[in-house]
Structures are given as structure tokens and as C-alpha cells.
Design a protein around this ligand. Structure first.
Ligand SMILES: Cc1ncc(C[n+]2csc(CCOP(=O)(O)OP(=O)(O)O)c2C)c(N)n1
Length: 381
């Protein structure tokens, strides 16, 4: 990697000290304007989602979920960017944007239902309560094309770049370093640059695509790649919530104002496993893990707030809220019931479809065959 530290936007050191990097200079007025209440909210967001994430990981281990992709370590990248979005913006997540989804109003039980295998989507992306958050996408990179197409639609509909910041909309799409090797991401960037769509490409570089290290995915920092498409690109310390917020604010404001697409590469680290099906000890060293634990975004922000004089009672209150949110999720997960099996045919097509009717009927007949009396009068097992 030729990745250089000098172009990285960072304002918080690993120990929470406020020490802006040269690249952070232009963002300082924005960062200094963040209110105390907002700073506390950033911290609260990160702590609560971490507790929810731990709970979901435990639920998977206890057989309640088929799978869970942990977000531990990536909270600052997600919270900063999601808090930077305006209510009218549309967000296209990948599959571990739990903090993003929660901030936009998605109830985490929707993610649980998806990972338990009892829902095809998890939530209704058109319900205003879900803050314009599209569904999780497990096919790597496809949401990047969806986001760019959606952003193109905003241009066609005069919903972006009209000069009215209260109305103008932008799109932010999340994807990973591994996903960036998919053709979809490159096609989306060519298209976005050609048509100047209001898309913000938010790449969380968490250093690994399951067991494939980032050095295999790219020879140059990802921000250089997107710049090569003619897209304004920036690298940010993704474990610094303030830096993530500031670069996302500027990128989204620019996209919304009609200045074309922007790309952000957030340098972060997946502290947990890729998913609960993965064992990272097979491919990464504990030294690497420890070095990133020292850059954990949550204690970093806590140290910053303590340095500004935040009261111990504030941290206790946040911990209590997080514990309550996690417990609430556990209780509601254990109470979930499976939908009727035939529901699987309901949303394959948006309207009734003869093939689905046929398959539904076949399945009903198959189930009923278990109930048919046998010749000796018993019930066939
Ligand atoms: C098109 C496609 N190919 C392969 C996979 C299998 N797969 C799931 S996650 C993953 C690695 C993704 O890594 P990255 O994009 O860095 O995201 P991360 O999971 O690290 O957040 C792969 C190869 C997939 N889901 N979709």
C-alpha cells in the first residue's frame, strides 16, 4: 500500500486528544460548531449500538439467529456519516450498518428478523419511520448501482441540485473494501461521474474481506481509485466519529447542491469476526487485532468527552440505556414467531403471479399429504 498518513482526515488521536491532522484543517469550523448535546449523542449512538450488536452476537450463539455480522469497531464511521445525513437523504446500507439503520429509525428487531430468517427484508423502506433506509443487501456491491440509479432519478425529478438545501436530496451508499472489487461498484462510479449524480460513496475499509486482506484488494488507497473516475475523494479516520461526521457533512452537502458525486474512504477495522460463521484467528494475528483495539472508536470518544469535563453520571446513564436496549432486543427476539410457511411466495412478484400460485398450491398439497389417513386407518407420519 502506498497509503499515506498525511492525507488522512483525523481530529481525535487514539487517546482522545484533539489533535487535527493537516488534512483536517478545512473541516475545523464545522467540527467546532458541533454542540455539546450532539457530541454526547454521537457517543450514546456508538455505545447503544455496540450493546445491541453484542446481544445479537450472543443470540446467534444461543441458536436464536441463523447469522449475525458484527459491527464492533466500525461504529464511528457509521454514526458520523449517518448523523451527517439530512432527513430527506436516502441511505443504501450493505449488511452491517446497524448503527446507520438505528439512527435513521429502523427498529433493530427488523435486522434480527432478517438474520433469523423469518423476513425477506426486515423493514419497509418506504415507511417514513425508517428514515429512507433501503434494505440490507447481501449481494456484494449491488446496492452501489441501486444508489446511483436512485440518485439519477433525483436529478430527473428536480429533487436535487435545485439550490434549495431544505428540499434538495442526496444519497449515501455503504460498501466494503472487498465489495469494491465487484464490477458493480466501478460501473456505478463511471455512471455517477458521467451524469454527476448526487451519490456519496461511503467505503468502510475494515481491512478484511472475510479472509482476504486489503493489500490483495487494491494497490492504492481506495480514495485514489474513485478520484480516477473523476469523483471528489477523501480519506478519513473511520474510528474518529468527529472526522467521519465532518467529511460526510461536506460530501453530502456538495452532492445535494448538485456538485456531483463524492467518495469517502473510511479507514477502520472489523474488531469482531466477519460474521458468526467466521473464525478470524485462522487468518489474522492477535498483534494486528490488539493494535486496532488501541484505536477503538468508543473509548476514544469517551476520553475526548471526559477531557471536556463530561460528568461520570452521563456515562453511567448511557451504559444503562445501552443495557436496557440490549435486554429489550433479547426479550423481543425470544418472543418472535415464525410466519406461515406460505408467506415465502408473497413478495416474489409485486402482483399475483400464476407460477407462484402453482408453487403455493403444490406446497399446500404436499403438506396435506402428511395428514392423509393410511390404509390401516392410521395417520401417515
Ligand atoms: C456478489 C457476491 N460475491 C461474494 C459474496 C460472498 N461474500 C460475502 S461477504 C464477503 C466479503 C465482503 O468484504 P467487504 O466488502 O470488505 O465487507 P465487510 O464484510 O468486510 O464489511 C464475500 C466475499 C457475496 N455476498 N456476494
Amino acid at each position: 500500500m502506498t497509503s499515506s498518513e498525511t492525507d488522512l482526515v483525523r481530529v481525535l488521536e487514539a487517546d482522545g486528544r484533539f489533535a487535527p491532522s493537516p488534512a483536517a484543517e478545512q473541516y475545523l469550523p464545522l467540527i467546532e460548531a458541533i454542540s455539546d448535546a450532539e457530541l454526547e449523542q454521537f457517543y450514546r449512538d456508538m455505545v447503544v449500538i455496540r450493546a445491541i450488536d453484542n446481544q445479537a452476537t450472543n443470540l446467534q450463539r444461543q441458536g436464536q439467529l441463523a447469522l449475525w455480522p458484527p459491527s464492533r469497531g466500525q461504529e464511528a464511521a457509521q454514526v458520523g456519516s449517518a448523523r451527517a445525513a439530512r432527513a430527506q437523504d436516502t441511505l443504501f446500507p450493505s449488511y452491517r450498518e446497524h448503527a446507520v439503520a438505528r439512527i435513521r429509525g429502523v427498529d433493530p428487531i427488523g435486522i434480527i428478523k432478517l438474520m433469523r430468517g423469518i423476513s425477506h427484508g426486515g423493514w419497509d423502506p418506504t415507511d417514513p419511520a425508517n428514515g429512507n433506509t433501503r434494505l440490507y443487501t447481501l449481494v456484494l456491491g449491488s446496492q452501489v448501482l441501486h444508489a446511483t440509479g436512485y440518485a439519477m432519478g433525483l436529478n430527473f425529478g428536480d429533487r436535487s441540485g435545485t439550490g434549495d438545501p431544505e428540499r434538495d436530496e442526496a444519497v449515501i451508499v455503504y460498501y466494503g473494501d472487498g465489495a469494491s472489487s465487484q464490477g458493480d461498484v466501478h460501473e456505478a462510479m463511471v455512471f455517477a461521474a458521467s451524469y454527476q449524480t448526487p451519490t456519496v460513496f461511503f467505503l468502510q475499509n475494515n481491512q478484511w474481506a472475510i479472509s482476504v486482506p486489503v493489500a490483495t484488494q487494491t494497490r492504492v488507497p481506495f480514495a485514489q481509485r474513485s478520484a480516477g473516475y473523476g469523483i471528489d475523494s477523501i480519506r478519513v479516520d473511520g474510528n474518529d466519529v468527529l472526522a467521519s461526521y465532518a467529511v460526510s457533512r461536506v460530501a453530502l452537502d456538495g452532492a445535494r447542491a448538485g456538485k456531483g458525486p463524492r467518495a469517502i474512504e473510511a479507514e477502520t477495522y472489523r474488531l469482531g469476526a466477519h460474521t458468526t460463521s467466521d473464525d478470524p484467528t485462522k487468518y489474522r494475528t492477535s498483534d494486528e487485532e490488539k493494535s486496532w483495539e488501541l484505536r477503538d472508536p468508543v473509548p476514544r470518544m469517551r476520553a475526548f468527552l471526559e477531557g471536556r469535563g463530561a460528568a461520570g453520571s452521563f456515562f453511567a446513564e448511557v451504559d444503562a440505556e445501552a443495557a436496557e436496549a440490549a435486554e429489550d432486543l433479547r426479550v423481543r427476539t425470544l418472543a418472535l414467531e415464525s410466519p406461515p410457511a406460505n408467506k415465502i411466495f408473497d413478495h416474489v412478484y409485486s402482483e399475483q403471479h400464476p407460477l407462484m400460485d402453482e408453487q403455493r398450491a403444490w406446497r399446500e398439497q404436499y403438506e396435506a399429504s402428511f395428514e392423509q389417513p393410511t390404509q390401516n386407518g392410521g395417520i401417515r407420519a
